[in-house]
Design a protein around this ligand. Structure first.
Ligand code: HEC
Length: 110
């Protein structure tokens, strides 16, 4: 009597749906929210805010890692160039929305 070992069995559970991993942040949503809530300072550099897309300004900030950036944006942050108000002063924004926005901002600075 022979035994059959089927390698195909191993592949049955390799489901392609599982590879649809949600991205860390929703960049499109982040852009819309950025334009509405953060651009007043971050488009112009008002009060020392790092400008959107200014790679030199964002390189050292991005180097801190996205978690630190999000935490600074959620809680507020007094750095060497100015004062970032908690949630940009818009208390109704959720932490997840801030995460989307910061993901967008960080991406623009790369
Ligand atoms: C009133 C002006 C103002 C508004 C509005 C504002 N920011 Fe800022 N933001 C700043 C300033 C100033 C800094 C620089 C602080 C420093 O590093 O000294 C900053 C820095 C940051 C940083 C970098 C923090 C770090 O660790 O380097 C992030 C991320 C950020 N802001 C996100 C946001 C988001 C998201 C919004 C909108 C919800 C927002 N900001 C709205 C003024 C503003």
């Amino acid at each position: 009597m022979s035994r059959f070992i089927s390698p195909a069995l191993c592949a049955i559970f390799a489901c392609s749906i599982c590879s649809t991993v949600a991205s860390a942040s929703d960049l499109a949503a982040g852009k819309t929210l950025y334009d509405a809530n953060c651009s007043a300072c971050h488009n112009t550099g008002l009060g020392g805010a790092p400008k959107l897309g200014d790679k030199a300004a964002w390189a050292p900030r991005n180097a801190q890692g996205i978690d630190v950036l999000v935490s600074h944006a959620v809680n507020g942050f007094d750095g060497t160039s100015g004062s970032m108000p908690a949630k940009g002063g818009v208390a109704t924004l959720t932490d997840a929305q801030i995460g989307d926005i910061v993901g967008y901002m960080a991406e623009q600075g790369k």
